[in-house]
Write a protein that binds this ligand. Sequence first.
Ligand code: TMP
Length: 254
Amino acid sequence: MARRRQLYEGKAKILFEGPEPGTLVQYFKDDATAGNGAKKGTITGKGVLNNRISEYLMTRLHEIGIPTHFIRRLNMREQLIREVEIIPLEVVVRNVAAGSLATRLGITEGQRLPRSIIEYYYKNDQLNDPMVAEEHITCFGWAATQDLDDMVALTLRVNDFLTGLFLGVGITLVDFKLEFGRLWENEEMRIVLADEISPDNCRLWDAKTGEKMDKDRFRRDLGKVEEGYQEVARRLGILPEAGPRDMSGPEVMQ
Ligand code: TMP
């Protein structure tokens, strides 16, 4: 495929101009960062696995009526997506206490929460993605009240659906992060799910043993990082068809 004009490079993905107006190509890298770039590494084969896992989850979500930016996967590392205006918020959903919630509030990691919690973080690397309240979001115009209502409604549906989907393959969906964008069609605006859903932005634990199968293996130096991602894909029944050719890990380099 001819090389396209690069529009943006993030920590884990690159966006290229798409083949038609209103489309982009999203390329998944093997690069991994944690702590807002404080820790850097490479997880061999991660991009291939995340491309496939995100395609699978976005497709299943589309089937239950969740609007997403995903159009189709193009190859091992690229997918075609709709160009959206990204809302500068990370929407985090938590079902079980872990990570920053456990640290910040002194709650034991692994404790199931009596109900799911939604948190918002302002996407700004220079500020370290600070947690914000609805008041900040509407006051500073990052999203309107109606946008937020739409995002919360979609987030709760995504959480219920993915919780069941993962439980069906023996995985507890502990928490995850979503991003949304505005899609303009004939003067009409819709909020759609954007970015990716993969072990980079979900905490996924084996439902029986509690073993971690997500980016915490990298963040916390637990080893067998790529095996974790591969196991998630295997359980979902979607290991890339070409097999481990492009995934001869595990290999974490810092
Ligand atoms: P946290 O416990 O570190 O706040 O993370 C909560 C969830 O959100 C976890 O599944 C990882 C995900 N996440 C991201 O995808 N990107 C981020 O920048 C952060 C802070 C968290």
